[in-house]
Design a protein around this ligand. Structure first.
Ligand SMILES: CC(C)(COP(=O)(O)OP(=O)(O)OC[C@H]1O[C@@H](n2cnc3c(N)ncnc32)[C@H](O)[C@@H]1OP(=O)(O)O)[C@@H](O)C(=O)NCCC(=O)NCCS
Length: 176
């Protein structure tokens, strides 16, 4: 399952010159999404899910990427003018009766750019935004057997939350 690893630059002290290691996450800038990034976001999502969802991502951009919409966050990782990944999250107040909390709704890194620390950079940046927004906890939901995403989140210190998801089928059985 593990892809070939690109080099990771050791963390530099704050304010120290970072130098440049091609292909390392040190070359990556994490910033808020812009309209011109949307085609790349759509392509990365399609690479992962196999489904092109242009309308969905445009709607996400309007909701999470628009100005003055904090605390909604839609961040991208850019390296040499190319978008390598993105993350979306939001602070939700008193959802499910719990105190305000940062929720990660999605994270994706294009296959060719993985294992160089970009996912970590994206999650760190989102958590930093959550902290600035005043919350002390971050949560996410994932499919229980998605081992890649589970391994990633576990590597970031995320643990099982005291929450479970319930569902019910709303389609009726039609007997002809
Ligand atoms: C999960 C994902 C975001 C990780 O991005 P990434 O940039 O490769 O992550 P990082 O390089 O920061 O990896 C951090 C840690 O995660 C773990 N990890 C990541 N990918 C892994 C893999 N393929 N195998 C094992 N561990 C892995 C490792 O512990 C890694 O640390 P290490 O390299 O020091 O061992 C990326 O694989 C991805 O986009 N997957 C698809 C996600 C998806 O399905 N999104 C849609 C629903 S949200």
């Amino acid at each position: 399952m593990r892809a070939q690893k690109r080099s990771k630059k050791p963390a530099a002290a704050a304010g120290a010159p970072t130098g440049s290691l091609p292909g390392s996450s040190a070359d990556v800038v994490v910033r808020p999404v812009r309209a011109r990034d949307l085609d790349s976001v759509i392509a990365i999502d399609e690479q992962i899910t196999g489904i092109g969802k242009a309308d969905y991502w445009r709607e996400r951009f309007l909701r999470y990427g628009g100005r003055g919409r904090q605390p909604c966050f839609f961040l991208v990782a850019e390296c040499d003018g190319e978008i390598d990944g993105f993350i979306i999250g939001e602070v939700r107040d008193w959802e499910f009766g719990t105190p305000p909390c940062g929720w990660v709704f999605g994270i994706s890194v294009r296959r060719e750019a993985r294992l160089s620390g970009i996912g970590t950079r994206l999650l760190d940046a989102l958590c930093s935004s959550f902290r600035k927004a005043g919350v002390a906890k971050v949560r996410t939901l994932l499919v229980f057997d998605d081992m890649l995403v589970m391994t990633f989140y576990r590597s970031q210190g995320m643990m099982a939350a005291p929450i479970i998801t319930l569902e019910r089928n709303l389609t009726e059985t039609i007997i002809e």
